[in-house]
Design a protein around this ligand. Structure first.
Ligand code: COA
Length: 253
């Protein structure tokens, strides 16, 4: 259990809210696990017709907790890496319920890559999207190496995923992974409206059609597992460990 994430069912919508504002909603192992459980437990629940993921005002998430990355990167190399992140990624790949995201403020790392598993994304005018994996000595995850170029094209994917360039909400809408850009104070209401619209559709026809237009889960999972192996190796690299230390030292200085 974690206090940093809430799950609330309202009508046929399950809302998952990231809530660790003191650390910009950086994702802990507990948050990954709770989010994967919230998604997995909805799968066989006919009463849930839509999932909505959101954060706090001004922050969707700052991505994986960098202290956790440092711990993983400096752990005993003889021990296998244990991470609940892969549980969340598999839950996203296997998820059969429509998934809506409402993003205000920062969406860093997995905060951006998870959006490519969503069916409808709303962003506030204050939203920004960054995937600084390479700056951290890492590689892309969440099957983003497959999904992002497919959605936004190779050149934009290179600038985003490899060069770590930041996208604004408008850039993201133009790139094709954000549906609507709204004022921050309208975000929640607009996201709920979209969720209600989805919930009102015939659920079986939605599920079949969604499956037809999505990439097959097995293909995404195969890529996730490959990325995860490389990611695990990179976590232990000098480039990555130095980058984590620099970030954490910056905060102490
Ligand atoms: N992991 C752990 N802690 C994080 C974090 C992360 N990913 N992102 C932010 N925090 C913490 C900071 O250490 C700080 O904690 P402190 O007050 O105890 O020192 C607190 O959250 C506030 O962050 P701060 O950097 O002061 O906020 P900011 O508004 O100036 O900058 C970010 C926000 C997101 C731009 C900046 O925190 C950042 O770059 N974070 C790292 C993002 C990242 O690389 N994520 C991994 C992606 S793979």
């Amino acid at each position: 259990m974690t206090d940093h994430l809430t799950v609330a069912d309202d009508g046929a919508t399950r809302t998952i809210t990231l809530h660790r504002p003191e650390k910009k909603n950086a994702l802990t192992q507990g948050m990954y696990l709770a989010m994967s459980e919230a998604i997995n437990s909805a799968q066989d629940d006919a009463a849930i017709r839509c999932l909505l993921v959101t954060g706090c005002p001004g922050m969707f998430t700052a991505g994986n907790d960098l202290e956790d990355f440092l711990k993983a990167g400096t752990a005993d190399p003889g021990k296998p890496r244990e991470s609940n992140a892969i549980k969340l990624l598999h839950a996203l790949a296997n998820n059969a319920k429509p998934l809506v995201a409402a993003v205000d403020g920062i969406a860093v790392g997995v905060g951006t890559t998870m959006l490519f598993h969503c069916d409808y994304v709303l962003a506030s005018t204050a939203a920004t999207f960054t995937t600084p994996f390479i700056h951290l000595g890492l590689v892309p995850e969440a099957a983003s190496s497959l999904l992002i170029p497919r959605v936004i094209g190779h050149q934009r994917a290179f600038a985003t995923l490899v060069m770590g360039r930041r996208l604004t909400a408008r850039d993201a809408r133009e790139a094709g992974f954000v549906n609507d850009v709204v004022e921050p104070d309208q975000l929640e209401a607009e996201a709920r409206k979209v969720a209600r619209e989805i919930c009102a559709l015939p659920a079986e026809a939605v599920a079949i059609s969604r499956k037809l237009i999505r990439m097959q889960p097995e293909v995404m999972i195969e890529r996730m597992n490959l990325e995860s192996k490389l990611f695990g190796e990179r976590l232990r690299s000098e480039e990555a460990v130095n980058a984590f230390r620099n970030f954490l030292a910056r905060k102490k200085g």
